[in-house]
Design a protein around this ligand. Sequence first.
Ligand code: FAD
Length: 374
Amino acid sequence: MRIVIIGAGVIGLATAWRAAQGGATVTLVDPAPASGASSVAAGMLTPVSELSYGEEPLLRLGLASRDRYGAFAAELAEATGLDTGYRDDGTLQVAFDADDLKLLDDLRAFQESLGIPVEALTGRECRKTEPMLAPGVRGGLLAPEDGSVDPRRLAPALLAAGERLGVRLVRRRAEGVLVERDAAAGVRLDDGTGIPADKVLLAAGPWSGDLGGLPPGTVPPVRPVKGQVIRLRTPVPFLRRTTRGLVKGSSVYLVPRADGEIVIGATQEELGFDTRVTAGGLWELLRDARELLPGITELEFAEVTAGLRPGSPDNAPLMGPTALPGLYLGTGHFRNGVLLAPVSADALAAMLLDGPVPAVAAPFSPARFAPEQQ
Ligand code: FAD
């Protein structure tokens, strides 16, 4: 089985590795591997803390993926000797004022109605858990099983693991899908050459809708959703675990890494393919982060970046076959692509290799957006 994957972000990379493990001959096509959202993302693995109303199937997918992460990270480390910065030390979510606390109480009621254990903490208990929190923090929720990973370590580890199994990386832009006898037959590159394939997986993040040669009905409805993040550095431990906060209704998060990096994110902006970092975006993040953790103003500034999440109409991924035989989608992972990489890779590799697909992935077929269903 020859498989070509367009896009070497976390989704394409993880699927390439799993498909190669399954015996396929895999080629990854990307002019700049892991240069999209995967290089900007904070790497939170927080399906419980990020639960939203109406997204229960996505919650189940997120929980399934989070629960695979420990073994996934260990397998990658075993295969490559590379550490992904995986942590499973829980996520604290805190409220700045009484209205924010009310929103957290509602969230806890929703989480508990779905049978998900979370621990309610008073303000004092929050500060005991995270001593740098501001004295005014009203209370919070601890999701003990949520965690984080460093996407900038994860992507190279995935690439190395794939290459060890023979995955070939072609550093070129895919311009289109080759179609022969009404089926996908490979990928056309920007130098005019083609790579023949039995199956093609389109995993080019928010650019997945831009490829040429896609017949009507197969173009994925994905769009870029901009997010700006700030990276700080600290020589001494500042935060023990991922801390998310609600500050007068606005959300902010801080993700600490073992090497002293702290990622503060993220804005959410509908501005097309715009990756400019703006003064207003940074100001909002720093303003809210400082309300929760006043000491962050003392930390060293390291970097600001903006990335584009691959958004879909229902905020959930599109994974599976399209109306064009041989063409599959693995995109639309929006805010959760890093979290969802293990379960998505398992599901997509199974589909590409005609194996059994995990039931948890079934609700995410691209068929839900097929024209006849709209
Ligand atoms: P991408 O990572 O965008 O990769 C797409 C790849 O396709 C790129 O390497 C690009 O070069 C390539 N490409 C594009 N066009 C072509 C072409 N024509 N030919 C060949 N290759 C092409 N998720 C989490 O789970 N947890 C988080 O904490 C988190 N935080 C985030 C914070 C921010 C600010 C942002 C922006 C995103 C965050 N995400 C998070 C979301 C996550 O980053 C994405 O869902 C995930 O990276 C999507 O992965 P992907 O492989 O689909 O796309």
